[in-house]
Design a protein around this ligand. Structure first.
Ligand SMILES: NC(=O)c1ccc[n+]([C@@H]2O[C@H](COP(=O)([O-])OP(=O)(O)OC[C@H]3O[C@@H](n4cnc5c(N)ncnc54)[C@H](O)[C@@H]3O)[C@@H](O)[C@H]2O)c1
Length: 257
């Protein structure tokens, strides 16, 4: 297990117990980290507060990543409570329902804007607000979550694939600028996992089945597997890794046929 004793982290993207961000929060807490969790809107607040009860001395804050003000408020609260940050997990993504049900050619200008804003631009905004808190600690680790739909076509993934391509490029540009202050920026590309966000993708259970049949490990990815890789990247084991997209998908991405 990665030792994160004495570290402080911000985890964005917990909606419920199936959220990949929640699996990462648990792994980080087991490693000894103290955490701030955020919830998007009142609808999810009670879920997140209930989950946070499992953690030791957490702080729970509202955050809609499309609001610069809320991002600034979260950074200020982490600064006040923790006196800095050692790591940040970005697990927020969204595309309007129409954009992942109708043909890609029908992608609307507004749907494109919202998907790219929430799923990709938000990493830049979050990095800008939190990098100074990590820099003060002598460095840190910023981690986001992506999917192979950034480089290959999956049915109905549509504008989310474009958003993930932008997110992965964002990881590289941020890594380049923040490396000199020892802030590392990486993404984990997870295999498909049944979560709230995934349930919006039409035909998702068919995608899970294809992975089970064709991935070298012949099974679906578990959130705990992603969380273990996340803990590694957040901790000292990942100290030499930045700008990277690490695949945790049972090896599916290497298969041709
Ligand atoms: N589940 C999968 O198969 C899979 C595979 C690869 C990557 N991912 C990525 O993992 C990340 C987490 O997704 P998940 O599958 O755990 O689903 P999830 O639904 O549990 O998490 C998505 C989170 O994004 C948050 N979010 C959406 N819009 C937001 C906004 N405006 N402000 C703040 N938060 C917002 C939601 O509240 C939710 O907590 C996403 O980036 C997703 O694309 C998921």
């Amino acid at each position: 297990m990665t030792d994160l004793t004495g570290r402080h982290g911000l985890i964005v993207g917990v909606a419920n117990k199936r959220s990949i961000a929640w699996a990462i929060a648990r792994a980080a807490a087991q490693g000894g980290a103290r955490l701030a969790l955020t919830f998007q809107g009142e609808r999810l607040e009670s879920n997140v507060r209930e989950l946070a009860e499992e953690l030791s001395d957490p702080i729970v804050l509202p955050l809609d990543v499309s609001s610069d003000q809320q991002i600034a408020d979260v950074a200020a609260a982490c600064d006040r409570e923790f006196g800095g940050l050692d790591f940040v997990v970005h697990g927020a993504a969204f595309a309007p329902r129409e954009e992942i049900t109708r043909p890609f050619l029908e992608t609307s200008r507004e749907g494109f804007r919202v998907a790219l804003d929430v799923s990709a631009y938000s990493l830049i905004a979050l990095a800008r607000a939190t990098a100074p808190l990590m820099e003060r600690r002598g460095g840190g680790s910023l981690l986001t979550l992506t999917y192979l739909g950034s480089e290959r076509v999956f049915p109905n993934y549509n504008v989310m694939g474009v958003a993930k391509a932008a997110l992965e490029a964002t990881v590289r540009y941020l890594a380049s600028e923040l490396g000199p202050v020892n802030v590392r920026v990486n993404a984990i590309s997870a295999g498909p996992i049944k979560t709230l966000a995934a349930s919006g993708i039409g035909g998702f259970s068919g995608i899970l089945q294809v992975y089970r049949e064709r991935a070298p490990l012949r099974r679906n990815t578990e959130a705990a597997e992603v969380a273990d890789m996340a803990a590694f990247l957040l901790g000292s084991g990942g100290r030499g890794i930045t700008g990277d997209v690490l695949m945790v998908d049972g090896g599916y991405h290497v298969v041709g046929l």
